[in-house]
Structure formats: structure tokens, C-alpha cells
Design a protein around this ligand. Structure first.
Ligand code: S3P
Length: 444
């Protein structure tokens, strides 16, 4: 799962992007589908699961704790759950690869089971802060020994029965919220999370879908989410919608490369995830929603995006949680807009798979874009639609979204852009380069 062999790539410009693609399943929803199915009593089926390395890390960990998880030849996944409270002691360390979501959500699951698990990860994951989950899960009774700085590798000994807590999130984080709610599943009484700023709500939606007693209230303190344990989960059939965070690259690519016209099928448009569409439309992007529908309890549409002249904006701070993973793609859009785009209020970008503020500043600057770095974001002077100079090299720091964002930037550059390692793309979007070839005609 680590990437010992870097895989460099030089990306040339494209004349245009055209055609239809279907983005793979949503990463956040795929993790949750596997975890909740693993805790249900009986057999669940999941269609459209993202088969990226991050989600496969979750599947492997759940198998190591007793769930039976299989994939049929048609790509449908079957999960035989062990029941809430039924996770077994894993025989070896749980290898989380690059995946923060696997780590933090599974820590929540283990925290209220009478088992001990060691979590390990690659260099990127081992540099990310885990204190944000260690604090609330310790309050629930878990005994956690982490590496210095609250990092991986760490060992977590769950407590059963755990202690229900009420916890106000100090950072806007769906992972922390979800870790606590998942721990609450096997905790007697009511576990409550208060989020001052709403974050992606897939956990709440799916927990309710599996039959857990979950209540969500909007209050003066923010959204209050309560879960009653000890829950019993009923197996489900789940269809995972396409990942808006993967669609993001084509929304930006088609917007910046003249002559482009692309339809992206099956894009999840949960309002807690759709901030990039809002921001791009503010910039003048031409994005149409076709055939809006509901898939797996989530709003979905096909998106048609055509090249458009983009104008700089100041990105509203309150959009940040609903586009937190899309800032690298937005920074690329800004590089081609008319004027100076200011994207701030996103200091969480410093602790993603890489420091995405520093990584994108360096990557854009190396390719001739004028960028100012702030503690909580970037200001970017755009080209007014012209190609960027390009010709530089990009350090991806084991971060899939840096690799994909700079690949997109290269599509409208005067000289090819070299990316030091595109292997991390497999964590979230294994068919990214195939779809790029389809859309640019490079495969013809
Ligand atoms: C995720 C939540 C976000 C996001 C990550 C996936 C999730 O992280 O960046 O890619 O599935 O809950 P934070 O909770 O750290 O904001």
C-alpha cells in the first residue's frame, strides 16, 4: 500500500476535452458503506463502491476484525456483518496506507469494542494529526498510545461498555464527527456531537438508513447530532453515487481548456459537498445539471461543463467545509481567471494528505503562476484565460489531489508539466488517467 516506487509523469497540453465519463463512487460514502455493513447483522450489498486504495484499506481492516467482504465479477460487493459489538481482535497491525478517513473512522469503531488495534500508515498519513480523534475517544474510555505529536503509528485499546459523551467539535471535521458517532453505536446511552459549522453528513444519513436512532437538530450552538447506542443495524443494499471530489478535476479542466464540452455522469451533489460547483459558477463557469435524481439517499445529477471565461472571486469562507478537498482544483481554476482570486479561511488544508497550501503554491509558482501564500489559503493572479507558462516540475508529497490538480493545469500550459509521482492517484481515482485519455482524445 505505501508507494515505494515513485511514478513520474510529464503531461502535455490538450487541444480540448470532449465526451462523457462516469466518475467512480464517492470515497467518503464508500468507506461508510463498508463500515456500517460490517456492523450490521446479515448480508449487505454495495454497488458502485470506489475501488481505490483508501477504501480497500478500510475493507482489509474490517476483514481483519471479522467481517466477510467479497466482490463479485460484476463489481458488486457483499458484506457479512458481525453486528454492533461483534468486531474481533485483529491479529496484526491495521495498515491504513494514505487514508486519514479509514484511520479516524475505524479508530471510532474500535474505541467502543473490547479489542486492541495498532494503526500504521505511509509517510504522509504518519505526519497527520490524530489528536483531534484521540481527545474525544479517550473521553469515551479508549486507551490510546500514539507516536510523538499524536501521530501514527498508534495503539488503541477500546473500552466496552464505553462512556457516552457530548462533544463540541473544535475543528470543522466530518472525520472527527463520524469517529465519535461510530464509537457511539456500541456505547450505551446517547452520544452527542455538536458541530458549529456543518460538514459532510454522509454518516448521519447512512446511520439512519441502517436503522440506527440518529437525531439531527439545528440549534444556536450549531448542528447537534445524537446517536443512541447500543444500536442494531439492519443490512442494506447501497448504491454509491459518483464522487464530486473526483468530478472536480473535469469541472475545472473543461472550464479552462478552450473548446471543451464534457458530460460527467452520476455526480453526487449533497449540499455539504457541492461548494466547488457554487464557487466555479460565481467565477462564470458554464455548468448545467442534467437529470437530477436521488441515488442511495443522496442527490445526484449529470453535469455538463463547457469552456468559459472565468473571473476572479473572493471565495466565501462559509463555502470551505463543502469544498475542503476541492481547493487544489479551485486554485488551478483561479490561475486561469481574470484578476486576483482570494481563497482563504481554509487553514485545514495544511493538515491534509500534504500541506496543500504550501504544495499548491510551490507547484503553481514552478509553472509560472503568480501566487501569494497566506496562513489560511492562497491569492492567485490569473491569466485571463491564456495558457500558463508551464514547463516546471511538481512535488506531490504523496498527495493524490496535488497530482491530479497539476495534471489538469498542464492541459492548458505552453510547456509540458512534470509531476514527480502520480502513483498516489490510485488512492482515490484509479481510472483518472484512462478517463483523461478518453476526454482529450489521447487514447485514439
Ligand atoms: C472526509 C472528511 C474530510 C475530507 C476527507 C474525507 C470524510 O476530512 O477532507 O477527504 O470522509 O469524512 P476532515 O474531516 O479532516 O475535514
Amino acid at each position: 500500500m505505501p508507494h515505494p516506487q515513485p511514478s513520474p509523469l510529464t503531461v502535455p497540453a490538450a487541444s480540448r476535452l470532449a465526451g462523457r465519463i462516469r466518475v467512480p463512487g464517492d470515497k467518503s460514502i464508500s468507506h461508510r458503506a463498508l463500515m456500517l455493513a460490517a456492523l450490521a447483522v446479515g448480508e449487505s450489498r454495495v454497488e458502485g463502491l470506489l475501488e481505490g486504495e483508501d477504501v480497500l484499506a478500510t475493507a482489509a481492516a474490517l476483514r481483519a476484525m471479522g467481517a466477510r467482504i467479497e466482490r463479485d465479477a460484476g463489481g458488486v460487493w457483499t458484506i457479512h456483518g458481525v453486528g454492533v459489538g461483534g468486531l474481533l481482535q485483529p491479529a496484526a497491525a491495521l495498515e491504513m496506507g494514505n487514508s486519514g478517513t479509514s484511520t479516524r473512522l475505524l479508530m471510532g469503531l474500535v474505541a467502543s469494542h473490547p479489542i486492541t488495534a495498532t494503526f500504521t500508515g505511509d509517510a504522509s498519513l504518519s505526519a497527520r494529526p490524530m489528536e483531534r480523534v484521540i481527545t474525544p475517544l479517550s473521553r469515551m474510555g479508549a486507551d490510546i498510545t500514539a507516536s510523538p505529536g499524536g501521530r501514527l503509528p498508534l495503539m488503541l485499546r477500546g473500552l466496552c461498555p464505553a462512556v457516552p459523551i457530548e462533544y463540541e467539535l473544535p475543528v470543522a471535521s466530518a472525520q472527527v464527527k463520524s469517529a465519535i458517532l461510530l464509537a457511539g453505536l456500541n456505547t450505551p446511552g446517547i452520544t452527542r456531537v455538536i458541530e458549529p459549522v456543518p460538514t459532510r453528513d454522509h454518516s448521519e444519513r447512512m446511520l439512519a438508513g441502517f436503522g440506527a436512532q440518529v437525531e439531527v437538530e439545528e440549534t444556536a450552538r450549531g448542528r447537534v447530532i445524537s446517536i443512541t447506542g447500543e444500536a442494531e443495524l439492519r443490512p442494506q443494499r447501497i448504491v454509491v453515487p459518483g464522487d464530486p471530489s473526483s468530478a472536480a478535476f473535469w469541472l475545472v479542466a473543461a472550464s479552462i481548456v478552450p473548446g471543451s464540452d464534457v458530460v460527467i455522469e452520476n455526480v453526487g451533489l449533497n449540499p455539504t459537498r457541492a461548494g466547488l460547483v457554487t464557487a466555479l459558477r460565481m467565477m462564470g463557469a458554464d455548468i448545467a445539471e442534467l437529470d437530477p435524481r436521488t441515488v442511495g439517499g443522496e442527490p445526484v445529477a449529470d453535469l455538463r461543463v463547457r469552456h468559459a471565461a472565468l473571473s476572479a472571486i473572493t471565495v466565501p469562507h462559509d463555502l470551505a467545509p463543502s469544498m475542503i478537498d476541492e481547493y487544489p482544483a479551485l486554485f488551478v481554476a483561479a490561475a486561469f481567471a481574470a484578476g486576483r482570486t482570494v481563497a482563504r479561511g481554509a487553514d485545514e488544508l495544511r493538515v491534509k494528505e500534504s500541506d496543500r497550501i504550501a504544495a499548491m503554491r510551490a507547484a503553481l509558482e514552478a509553472n509560472g503562476v503568480s501566487v501569494t501564500e497566506h496562513d489560511d489559503g492562497l491569492s492567485i493572479d490569473g491569466t485571463r484565460g491564456d495558457a500558463i507558462p508551464g514547463g516546471g516540475s511538481v512535488a506531490t508529497h504523496l498527495d493524490h489531489r496535488i497530482a491530479m490538480s497539476m495534471t489538469i493545469a498542464a492541459l492548458h500550459a505552453r510547456a509540458p508539466v512534470t509531476i514527480d509521482d502520480v502513483s498516489p492517484v490510485a488512492t482515490s481515482y484509479p481510472v483518472f488517467f484512462d478517463q483523461l485519455a478518453d476526454l482529450t482524445g489521447a487514447s485514439a
